[in-house]
Design a protein around this ligand. Sequence first.
Ligand code: HEC
Length: 166
Amino acid sequence: MFAETHAAVFVGEGFQTMDGRPALAAALSCSLLCACAPERADSTNASAPVTASAVANGKAIFQTGKDIDGVAIRAQKPPLYPACAACHHADGSGGRRLPGSVTSADLRHAALVTHQKIPYTQALLERAISTGIDNMGQPLNPVMPHWTLSKRDLHDVANYVLMRLK
Ligand code: HEC
């Protein structure tokens, strides 16, 4: 996205994009794109106090694939395994080899936040979990299911990953 929208260069005296479109259009499309940039896509409020039941819910979903009401989580296509921990391990360390020679990701803080150029946030995690688009805007391997969770469940499992997997 940045490569394209920021491909504005000075040509002679005028400010033009690479393909000659006026810079205004580029600036406009940038501000439009930026309006939907991940850090703004705050579907839920990450800074809201996380209650004990939200933590318990996130943990239950991650470890067992069922929320605290006992409802099994679902995905767009039937997932290969029903719980996050089955692929990512209970501690989130990942590294499990899965069919299609794909390896499950390490979901611990160092891997998702510290060592990332664009660190995962609550909103970016919610996007990855529900749509399979990663922090860089790239599609994840489809072995990672596209989960269809309620707003509460999506918030709680993303927050569990972000705050509890060390
Ligand atoms: C069937 C196995 C499987 C299950 C179940 C699964 N994942 Fe994944 N997940 C993967 C794989 C494989 C990847 C890596 C995809 C890739 O490399 O493109 C991944 C990637 C991710 C990523 C992106 C990490 C990164 O480095 O960008 C997140 C976040 C994630 N999973 C969270 C979850 C959560 C939360 C759940 C449960 C709701 C879950 N996963 C369930 C297999 C799974």
